[in-house]
Design a protein around this ligand. Structure first.
Ligand code: GLC
Length: 713
């Protein structure tokens, strides 16, 4: 199918205006043949492949490639990081080729996963995925190693920025759209890291333990949704152990849950170097061992020898190979009608910018100090190392190499030109070498300014794969600088650029305005300036709880992190994230789901109807303020009986509603039976207990505007 036909098919599907339509396109883009035809082709290949050729297909031949079998016309399978942008080429052989064929290996630098989650915009997640899928296709990739969807459990986790927050439902909705988007472009999304990779400290060895209810209700649902609703064609096993066995060779996870129970038909790949034992990996479950560029360690020679000696199952090998071959057919690798992709297009830039815009969270805005009026500010002072730091670089395997990255300082300078010309002082440096002098300079400058914008937070040397932070404190003496600026100038705005929660307790009460921007990709600076000066009405909401102190988070309150003797028990159980703060009545700095706007929204009373299958909750939302804007309507469900181990309320539906000033609309949120289900350890199944379920609708987990209830039989 040539590009025009492919575009026509997309437009037909989009004109159908349904996700289902796009899902259809997603499937049709990835597989032109019927399943029977594909199965027959795979069976024919399996008959012709030698044992050695089969074994070659179940491990990497280079860092991001598994080989093909040219004599049979079997193409190779190539992969690329990362979850928020196609990483620059890592394989020498490909670098020359991509430079020759594609000029360069730069790709659109999207905002990170936690920023996408902060948009709470499911439709945008689909567009975000489509953008990444097209860029991966353009670079000749078959599998994109994203989305990364492990939940935030401790804010210290080095990869918090990559993930989509602390809640299973928010993550599952965003991940499902992302996966459908990527795969609509003829590229497999690879959901990672399956499962419970919720920290980087000792990630290669830690053994995570939790009960079944916690696993089924908190840590599995996003992966389950990505597979069953998103149709993910690849899943990456995590590095850590789960209940004693490494995830990437764990039959309970990869065979029983993923394939038997969820009906996963794609490939299960290991994280890089995450396989530790040939016998374990030879069992049904893992399909491809990756991270073996230097010659496979486990599913290579040792595996071949064991197969020849009759030690390992040939049926299990054939199943691994079958899935890997089937994926090639689903993706139409080597076929002329496969989507060509595109990169660094204006459309992709627009999606990157829209995600950056909608991912900015207005945490506080006392006295409406924001938006700043550019016509009235003669002298704006910008302070902070993060005003000039480019955040695309670093952070580990998710690093991107965009064609450019606009810093906050550049965005502000451009926004104020040609009339205004802001000035800038460093204020702080992460290494805190000249803290005293920088603080004095910033304080003196602030006294003379009409307004001050402080841009601080963290960076990808602190928020990074392979390590956890040791505390939540801001580096470089930022707290002292912020306090001094707030004392020197009442028109001071605090901007936190960070990939994970930080301790704001020393000054959050004193600041009149606080804005949160994650690592927002190549368009970051323009997006921030747009919000600061009111071109954009902020609509982001926190994807995780921002606590006043580290000890308020469950793993730190219980002392279960980082664990003992290599084992970390999730003893908080289902009370993860805001569930813990609600159950223990802890006041956070900013709650889960929080986000302000430059306009105001009214919530009408919620009404409930149900037809025995699903429950529908309707209410009118009105934009009662002076500006067009968007509100995130959130619905939390409470069970009939709450024990000390039961989450008091859980997010089970949300909608981002865009309303013009004065506009009002009835919003209906639908709850399927699963929304009321809890894991019954006796039945070992998710079940819905009869009873009266509370329904709370609001603008955050702590800003509930209307309550109702439904009684289920
Ligand atoms: C890394 C990461 C994984 C990444 C892979 C390939 O160790 O855990 O997310 O996709 O290796 O770079």
């Amino acid at each position: 199918m040539n590009n025009r036909r492919f575009t026509r098919r997309i437009s037909r599907a989009v004109s159908a205006g349904t996700l289902a339509g796009l899902a259809f396109v997603a499937v049709s883009c990835v597989s032109h043949h019927g399943p029977e035809e594909d199965d027959a082709r795979v069976a024919a290949w399996l008959k012709k492949l030698s044992l050695a050729e089969k074994v070659s297909l179940v491990h990497g031949s280079a860092i991001f490639t598994t080989p093909g079998v040219p004599r049979l016309g079997i193409p190779e399978l190539t992969m690329s990081d990362g979850p928020h942008g196609v990483r620059e080429e890592q394989e020498p052989a490909r670098i020359a080729r991509v430079r020759a064929e594609r000029k360069d290996d730069k790709s659109t630098g999207m905002p990170v996963g936690s920023t996408l989650a902060a948009t709470w915009n499911k439709d945008l997640a689909l567009e975000y995925g489509r953008t990444l899928g097209a860029e991966a296709r353009w670079r000749g990739k078959d599998i994109l190693l994203g989305p990364a969807i492990n939940l935030m459990r401790t804010p210290l986790n080095g990869r918090t920025f990559e993930y989509m927050g602390e809640d299973p439902w928010l993550t599952s909705r965003m991940a499902t759209g992302y996966v459908r988007g990527v795969q609509s472009q003829g590229v497999a999304a690879c959901v990672k890291h399956f499962v419970a990779n919720n920290r980087e400290l000792d990630r290669m060895s830690v053994d995570v333990r939790m009960d079944d209810a916690t696993l089924r209700e908190i840590y599995l649902p996003a992966f389950e949704a990505a597979v069953k609703e998103g149709g993910a064609l690849a899943v990456m096993g995590a590095y850590n152990r789960f209940r004693g066995e490494f995830c990437s060779q764990n039959p309970y996870l990869l065979q029983y849950l993923l394939k038997r129970e969820w009906g996963f038909t794609g490939v299960a790949i290991s994280d890089w170097g995450a396989v530790h034992d040939t016998a374990a990996a030879s069992r049904p479950g893992l399909d491809i061992e990756m991270g073996t560029a230097a010659g496979s360690e486990f599913l290579g020679e040792p595996y071949l020898r064991g197969l020849r000696d009759g030690v390992y199952s040939r049926e299990a090998l054939d199943e691994k190979v079958r899935r890997s071959l089937l994926l090639r057919l689903k993706l139409r690798i080597g076929e002329p009608d496969r989507p060509e992709g595109a990169h660094k297009t204006p459309e992709h830039k627009a999606i990157a910018r829209r995600t950056a815009d909608e991912g900015i969270i207005l945490l506080k805005n006392e006295g409406s100090i924001l938006p700043l009026d550019a016509t009235k500010i003669r002298h704006l002072l910008v302070v902070g190392e993060n005003a000039v730091r480019r955040q695309s670089v670093g952070g580990g395997s998710s690093e991107t190499t965009p064609p450019y990255e606009i810093t906050p300082w550049e965005g502000i300078v451009c926004r104020l030109a040609p009339d205004g010309s802001p000035s800038r002082v460093t204020g702080y440096e992460s290494d805190a070498k000249h803290a005293e002098a920088l603080l004095a300079e910033a304080t003196a400058a602030a006294r003379k300014a009409d307004a001050v914008v402080f841009v601080g937070g963290l960076n990808k040397a602190l928020d990074t794969e392979g390590g956890d932070r040791t505390d939540m404190r801001l580096p470089g003496g930022q707290d002292a600088v912020i306090e001094a600026l707030l004392a020197a100038n009442t028109n001071t705005v605090i901007v936190m650029v960070s990939g994970s929660p930080v301790d704001m307790s020393r000054w959050a009460g004193k600041a009149r305005a606080i804005v949160w921007q994650g690592y927002a990709g190549q368009e970051a600076g323009d997006a921030l300036a747009g919000v600061l000066f009111g071109d954009t009405n902020p609509s982001g909401h926190t994807p995780c709880t921002f606590a006043k102190r580290l000890a308020d988070y469950a793993p730190h309150a219980l002392g279960t992190y980082p664990g003992n003797n290599g084992i970390e028990a999730y003893s908080e159980g289902r009370l993860s994230g805001y569930r813990w703060f609600d159950a223990k009545r802890i006041e956070p700095e900013f709650p889960f789901g929080h986000g302000l706007s430059y306009t105001t929204f009214d919530f009408g009373d919620a009404t409930v109807s149900h037809d025995g299958q699903s429950v529908r909750v309707s209410l009118e939302i009105a934009n009662t303020g002076p500006r067009d804007g968007a509100e995130v309507v959130q619905l939390y469900v409470s069970p009939p009986d709450i024990t000390e181990k039961t989450p008091p309320q859980e997010l089970k539906a949300f909608e981002k509603v865009f309303l013009k000033s004065g506009e009002r609309r009835v919003v209906t949120l639908t709850l399927e039976r699963r929304a009321f289900a809890h894991f019954d350890p006796v039945l070992s199944a998710l079940t819905v207990k009869p009873g009266r379920y509370g329904i709370a609708v609001g603008a955050s987990s702590r800003d509930i505007r209307t309550r109702t209830a439904v009684t289920l039989p």
